[in-house]
Design a protein around this ligand. Sequence first.
Ligand SMILES: [Zn+2]
Length: 127
Amino acid sequence: MIPSETIEQIAAANDVVEVISSYFPLKRAGANFKALCPFHQEKTPSFHVSPQRQTFHCFGCGVGGSVFRFVMEYEHLDFPSAARKLAARVGIPIAEERVAADEDRQHEARRTRIGSSVLRQTVGTHF
Ligand SMILES: [Zn+2]
């Protein structure tokens, strides 16, 4: 689980226009940007990106949503993978609860190993 504050951070740091134009060029059209839709075949651009709303929308095939939705659709990723990819793009570390728990267990194991070697030494001096 990626904490929702992290999701918000990732969304704030990843401009939808910048992210999409890193995949293919966007043309400015007034306040918005447009391009040929990557999700269906077309000859005139109906794929629109709104910097104000931080969304994209295709009037041809109806695909649209946030920057996360774009990466999910374009790269065929699930939400956590798309979020990780966008986080990596802007250098946001993701502290997932499950990963943190794994690290705790590794620390615990190390402590236990050190503990038992100390114990063996102690036992050794006694015998
Ligand atoms: Zn489309």
